[in-house]
Unconditional design. Structure first.
Lengths: 296, 271
């Protein structure tokens, strides 16, 4: 209380502390100035410039950026068949990865949340989390090894008279599924764990068999978590280009096309880059209606 | 839910397959680091420790590891400061645009890495290069810090929301000033959240490849970039195998540390 007479003559540190205490607005602006300069000026500023540059064009002879406003890039994006195919393929891959993740995650989460002995459950959760800490690149590299010619996949499928898929679209979907699977298992696990047992008992008391209880009670209560997990699996798959480069063979997704345009035609790369952003925002808005985002 | 015996067995089997799907690739990376061959054909023709010593001697891998550690430490330090500042502002103050601030913090990891990467790249080359600062370690650290802020923020803000401001008020009633209350009361409360957030930030930076590609100059090679550049070279494959195996083994450290830190930060913080 530096304003009181006896406080006069206290150390400057103490006086500063008092000033800060009495002025929450000053405190707040001191807290926020540095981080907002960083995020708003540096990060949002760069993003804004990038999206503005999507409306510029490139001189096709010199590769110099021509700063004249035009919507040519977006027009090209929507009318060129190659771009349309790549965009549809990328969204398809992201949806396929999400679906595969949900199908694989559900039994795993059901086991860890309701079937495994309660004292083992924390350990199982750690077992699901551990791969998240293993390097992204190493996990994709593992699939490069598995799917290589004469690799583990070929070896395992040989007795069945089959061979592995090799590098290509299928390999990219498998590797992406592998990468993002824990993000799907965890929310489903949490939802199943919190499912009140008496709801299940009530359903059984009313004569429902396990299958009916699953459809009418378990599934509706778990779907928001599946949606929450899908936000990760979908958006992480949509923006990825490294995995496709490593195991995708000649497959091209949006990320690859953005990457290949950066050197020669930055405005086009920027326009292409807006596509995953817009798709992800639309997906987020759609998922918000399911109440998924509040359970993130 | 009373499941029939066959249903239980089927779920157990499906879960077993799921765990196999998660762990077989990681196990393969470990086994393959002892593979005598340069190719990844299965089963390996023989096992050897030779490549482990070769990897230990490999200058490129060592230099890249060192670059990654430096970039990770720099980015973590910045993220710890900025993330904590925002967390205190959001958790302890009410102000116009508070939700927007929390949203902007998440944006760098919510958007595809390539978008963040090219945005920062063109900003750096238009603003910094005229000043004589080229792409290099500095720009890598700036890029990494930008998406690391969110993990520190998430951890600290979660802790602050669970511990109300009454402890600080009590300290001040007992005569502590703002700084004293922070050092003696607030900081100990958030210390483990800071540790967890710092650990996550470092892990995130250590693992990052996309933003690094666009913010590193030609001379800067982090470990992920080194792995990416070398994995397609048959001559380097055995050394890449060993480096990959080491990274799988190292991932146990953060899991162990996260378990030692408090439960709320351990389980969900990577998300």
């Amino acid at each position: 209380m530096t304003s009181l007479p006896q406080a006069v003559g206290r150390s400057p540190v103490r006086r500063l502390a008092g000033t800060l205490h009495r002025r929450p607005r000053l405190r707040l602006s001191l807290l926020l100035t540095a981080p907002l300069l960083w995020l708003a000026v540096l990060y949002l500023g760069s993003l804004a410039v990038l999206f503005v540059s999507a409306f510029w064009t490139t001189n096709s002879f010199t590769s110099e950026v021509v700063k004249v406003w035009s919507t040519d890039n977006f027009h090209q994006l929507l009318t060129t068949p190659v771009y349309r195919q790549v965009i549809l393929r990328s969204v398809g891959v992201a949806l396929a990865v999400t679906l595969l993740c949900a199908v694989i995650a559900f039994p795993v989460a059901f086991y860890t949340a309701r079937i495994a002995r309660p004292e083992r459950r924390p350990l199982l959760v750690v077992a699901i989390l551990t791969p998240l800490w293993a390097s992204y690149l190493v996990k994709v590299y593992a699939w490069r090894l598995i799917l290589s010619q004469g690799g583990l996949a070929d070896w395992a499928l040989k007795p069945l008279g089959l061979s592995g898929p090799g590098y290509g679209l299928v390999a990219a979907i498998i590797a992406l599924t592998y990468l993002w699977l824990p993000y799907m298992i965890l929310p489903i696990h949490t939802a199943l764990e919190q499912l009140p047992a008496n709801l299940l008992d009530a359903s059984a008391d009313l004569g429902a068999r396990a299958g009916r209880t699953f459809r009418s009670v378990v599934l509706p209560m778990v779907l928001p978590s599946v949606a929450a997990g899908s936000v990760f699996t979908f958006s992480l798959s949509l923006g990825d280009y490294i995995t496709v480069q490593i195991v995708g063979g000649k497959t091209q997704l949006i990320g690859n096309v953005v990457y290949s345009n950066i050197e020669l035609n930055l405005p086009m790369a920027a326009a292409l880059g807006t596509v995953p952003v817009v798709v992800i925002v639309v997906y987020l808005l759609a998922m918000r209606r399911t109440g998924a985002l509040s359970s993130l | 839910m009373q499941l029939s015996r066959p249903a239980r067995i089927a779920l157990r089997a499906a879960a077993g397959l799921g765990f196999a799907f998660i762990y077989v690739p990681l196990a393969l990376v470990l086994v393959n680091s002892f593979n005598r061959d340069r190719s990844a054909s299965w089963p390996p023709s023989g096992l050897t420790l030779h490549w482990w010593s070769a990897a230990w001697e490999n200058e490129g891998a060592r230099a890249a590891l060192w670059v990654s550690v430096k970039a990770g430490l720099g980015a973590t330090a910045i993220a710890l400061v900025l993330g904590t500042l925002i967390a205190f502002a959001v958790a302890r103050h009410r102000f116009f645009g508070r939700d927007t601030v929390s949203f902007v913090v998440v944006l760098p990891i919510a958007l595809p890495g390539i978008v963040t990467g090219i945005a920062l790249n063109s900003a750096f080359s238009t603003v910094l290069e005229p000043l004589g600062v080229g792409l290099g370690m500095f720009t890598v650290i700036v890029g990494h810090a930008t998406f690391c802020i969110v993990v520190v923020f998430n951890n600290v803000v979660a802790r602050l929301r669970r511990t109300s401001g009454t402890y600080e008020e009590a300290a001040m009633d007992l005569g502590a000033d703002t700084f004293r209350a922070f050092v003696d009361v607030t900081f100990p409360l958030v210390r483990s959240a800071l540790l967890a957030g710092g650990l996550l930030a470092f892990a995130l930076s250590f693992d990052e490849i996309v933003v690094t590609t666009f913010t590193a100059g030609p001379g800067i090679e982090t470990l992920p970039i080194w792995i990416f550049d070398n994995m397609t070279r048959p001559r380097q494959a055995p050394v890449v195998n060993v480096v990959a195996a080491v990274l799988v083994l190292l991932s146990v450290i953060p899991i162990y540390a996260a378990q030692r830190l408090s439960a709320d930060t351990a389980t969900s913080s990577r998300i």
